[in-house]
Design a protein around this ligand. Structure first.
Ligand code: S3P
Length: 440
């Protein structure tokens, strides 16, 4: 049975909440814990389906990964190069991050690993990682178009590479840095624009040597030295700014709201949405800014107010790549036109998010224009009509975005299948309803 959800007009949002742990950081904390020597303890881990798939795969690769009753996760790693051949297929579920980073991990181990995932993941492009990993010596057998299921024949004699990313992607960068750990010498990735640097920060925290230098064109050169001694450590995962985006935008849009979202990660390479919302006139404060395990965190205070349309530059895309669906909802309620540029990558996320937002907003009575890599939303400053049933295509961020729209629209908005929300934001409905939403 599919899990249909209906979101009606909300009362003013009030109160404090903590959204679940950061998805990107959770995957990485488990993977590095599995490579470190000794015990690692991870608090605040996102226990969403994506991360649970990563935990199961690391167990299949020989790491000890357990959850204690107090909610902490304990890992005993195998040491760099110490993973063992899994006895069965690795199922990555819906997770592109899990799949791509894990492919990097095993590519420089001398055994064969088979990967699969759900229908969404099996349709997503993997050549962006198989191509550079092949240069390091791994071999791949893939389905047509470089898609999953695929086999990685890891190499016993990896060669370090210097690789210029054709598209800015933290997943591809991270896959290569993880492959570089079990490779002699220096593995270098050049990114055209800076992307989230959680892998770099966490590798350093675990004891690896990672150098980062700016390029003249505004990108970065990231170099990892092979065979580091990674040592187990304690790690506290901050709340996910990409998940906080949903209650934050809801609080901006529902008149009379004021909420506090605690302990949210505010790494500057993740906060493009908040910068954009402020340019639209939003009242969002980062209070009590501090550092936690090398990552910046803050409490977000959000108050409702009027928003105006803006132009979002293409260069900002890497720092808000997962936030365009919810930004499009904010834009639909703002006064004037919002133009979002440089969105080609949105076409190859958990679904074609550019197409899904354009269709869903149009069905809710919003005037939108869709170009190859641009989304233009014409807001009127009044709540959209709503009243549509949205096909979420098993995409968590599409589902959550339209449930937020239902909180302000004239007519309730229905999402056909909301099970995907569990991949990144378990407890979404309860948390939103505790603040004032009416989602059932
Ligand atoms: C992620 C990187 C981004 C993002 C994804 C998480 C990561 O993907 O969309 O949700 O954890 O590295 P790309 O690297 O493909 O842009």
């Amino acid at each position: 049975m599919t899990n249909t959800l209906r979101s009606e007009r909300a009362r003013p949002l009030a109160g404090a909440a903590r959204v679940p742990g950061d998805k990107s950081i959770s995957h990485r904390a488990l993977m590095l814990g599995a490579l470190a020597v000794g015990e690692s303890v991870v608090g605040g881990l996102l226990e969403g389906d994506d991360v649970l798939h990563t935990a199961a795969c690391l167990r299949a690769l020989g790491a000890e990964v357990t959850r204690r009753d107090d909610g902490t996760w304990h890992l005993f790693g195998r040491g760099v190069g110490g993973l063992v051949e899994p006895a069965d297929l690795l199922d990555m579920g819906n997770s592109g991050t899990g799949a791509r980073l894990m492919m990097g991990l095993v590519a420089t181990h001398p055994f064969t690993t088979f990967f699969t995932g759900d229908a969404s993941l099996r349709s997503r492009p993997m050549r962006r990682v198989t191509e550079p990993l092949a240069r390091m010596g791994a071999r791949f057998v893939t389905r047509e178009g470089g898609r999953l299921p695929l086999a990685v024949v890891g190499t016993a004699q990896p060669v370090p590479i210097r690789y210029e990313l054709p598209v800015a992607s933290a997943q591809v960068k991270s896959a290569l840095l993880l492959a570089g750990l079990n490779t002699p010498g220096e593995t270098t990735v050049v990114e055209p624009e800076p992307t989230r640097d959680h892998t770099e920060l966490m590798l350093r925290a675990f004891g690896a040597d990672v150098r980062v230098e700016p390029t003249e064109q505004g990108g970065r050169v990231v170099t990892v030295t092979g065979f580091p001694e990674l040592t187990g450590r304690r790690f506290e995962v901050p709340a996910d700014p990409s998940s906080a985006a949903f209650p934050a935008v809801a609080a901006l849009l529902v008149a009379g709201s004021e909420i506090l979202l605690s302990n949210v990660g505010v790494n500057p390479l993740r906060t493009g949405l908040y910068q954009t919302l402020r340019e639209m006139g939003a009242d969002i404060l980062f209070e009590n800014e501090r550092e936690q395990g090398g990552e910046k965190v803050a409490d977000l205070r959000v108050r409702a107010g009027r928003l105006k349309g803006v132009e979002v530059p293409a260069e900002r895309a890497p720092s808000m790549i997962d936030e365009y669906p919810i930004l499009a909802i904010a834009a639909a309620c703002a006064e004037g036109t919002t133009r979002m540029n440089g969105l080609a990558e949105l076409r190859v996320k958990e679904s074609d998010r550019l197409g899904a937002m354009a269709r869903g907003l149009a069905a809710c009575g919003v005037r939108v224009e869709e170009e190859a890599d641009v989304l233009i939303v014409h807001g009127t400053g009044r709540p959209p009509v709503g009243g549509a049933t949205i096909a979420s295509k098993f995409d968590h961020r599409i589902a959550m975005s339209f449930l937020v729209l239902g909180m302000v629209a004239e007519q309730p908005v229905v999402v056909d299948d909301a099970d995907s929300i569990g991949t990144s934001f378990p407890g979404f409905v309860a948390l939103m309803n505790s603040l004032g939403a009416a989602i059932a």
